[in-house]
Write a protein that binds this ligand. Sequence first.
Ligand code: C5P
Length: 231
Amino acid sequence: MIEKRPIIALDFPSFDEVKTFLAQFPEDEKLYVKIGMELYYACGSEIVKYVKDLGHSVFLDLKLHDIPNTVKSAMKVLAKLGVDMTNVHAAGGVEMMKAAREGFGQEGKLIAVTQLTSTSEEQMHSDQNIQTSLAESVIHYAQKTLEAGLDGVVCSAHEVEAIKSATSADFICLTPGIRPSGSQTGDQKRVMTPAQARAIGSNYIVVGRPITQANDPVAAYKAIYAEWNQG
Ligand code: C5P
């Protein structure tokens, strides 16, 4: 499946800024948004309830990583909030990911982070003592994620084709690091346009600042929506 709506990363520090941002969109425009650690830790579950009550879909990006029992219990809480998608670190292991699935249930999408895109191959060698290539580690974690019964992974758009061929065509690849043609890349180093991400098989794209920091966020969203769905 391909989600038509680009997921908007609500990387705001406060409830008020989220309200102001969302109020710019027409009431009947149902969005898909990403709530990450900053916003969730600042506002708690109220922010999820607020956004869900407006009729939007929520990807809660908290990247859980703990012992299986703790992750399972936490996932039960997140499922009750009605989040549409959430995630864990694949480094927590197959047992932890299975426990996450049990806790979260089958209703929403559950995906895993393989290697963070901020991790370089040298850092992976020295900090994690994983002596393969970064690409091999990403594939390994993606295969473990599939084995654990999760729906897919968060990955760089550049990794999508290799991940799909090592797992399955319907294994979800959710890709941040998306920039519309001709825009600033910010601190994202390896970016792709929405059209490129579509062409290489990404299922969901996450876009933050190109929409949230735009002079006209609604127009920016529409342009990215159109580019992602064009073809
Ligand atoms: O503003 P920008 O479009 O760069 O935001 C991308 C969002 O996706 C941010 O919330 C960022 O934390 C997240 N993300 C990312 N790269 C990853 C994983 C998550 O940029 N590999």
